[in-house]
Design a protein around this ligand. Sequence first.
Ligand code: 48F
Length: 264
Amino acid sequence: MLKNLENIVSAAIVSSFSRKFIDNLDLDVAIVGAGPSGLVAAKTLADSGFKTAVFERSLAPGGGVWGGGMLFNEVIVQQEAIDILSEFGVSSKALEEAPGYYSVDSVEMASGLIYGATHAGAKIFNAMSVEDVVFKNDAIGGLVLNWGPVEKARMPVDPLVVVSKCVVDGTGHPCEVLNLVTRKARIKLDTPTGEILGERPMQAEQGEISTVEYTREYYPGLYACGMSANNVMGGYRMGPIFGGMLRSGKKVAGLIADKLGKAQ
Ligand code: 48F
């Protein structure tokens, strides 16, 4: 029995974390990246009873939301996605000068999305980076993980692994998981060339539409949402407007729920 508070605190943290991690080694859905699309997907899937975890390289989940537009900490969301924000309890202000568009405090939005996902039962593992995937029976079946700081310092430390029925690439502009599977597993994605087509320049209306349209499965077991989905199919960028990201998270969750069937 530990007597010193210092020891009790350390032991409690190590054992709580270990229990949490062991409990998430075998998942229904493993989401890479805690940006807005990944967080909406996580809450929606967890609400439906799917065992879901999000792995985020940075210390702070929230991806590109925090910084608003050029560090002015407001973002814009369209009418079609306001219901999704409301599900998370995030408030928005209608713009008189632009009917159908709303401004949202980016700190409230990032923290609200994080809270909503975790409160629904999805686990977020922050400072954990995905460096590879599990590739079995011609399908993507899990993630190879290491600590973000270990990756950054290029330390020669072996990773740990989680398995999952589905993997979601929510890594934003770099579409990291799609990139690494084409390179390492040498597979063809379900795109016109089999490769990643790559992001096009700014064209906001088009980018918002294509982000949702291109959200889907690109290889058995591997889905893309958010900017990753847009970029793999060569969509246009859209800047600090976020309705497409939120709706993409909803869409990928629905596709996965259909594929996996009812949660146990
Ligand atoms: O980029 P990000 O916010 O993803 P998103 O949901 O949203 C895009 C918008 O923020 C913005 C935009 C809207 O107009 O264009 O860019 O598509 O979040 C992606 C998250 O994935 C993490 C990264 O740190 C970020 O928080 N990430 C990227 N690669 C990895 C990763 C990796 N290999 N392992 C773990 N996390």
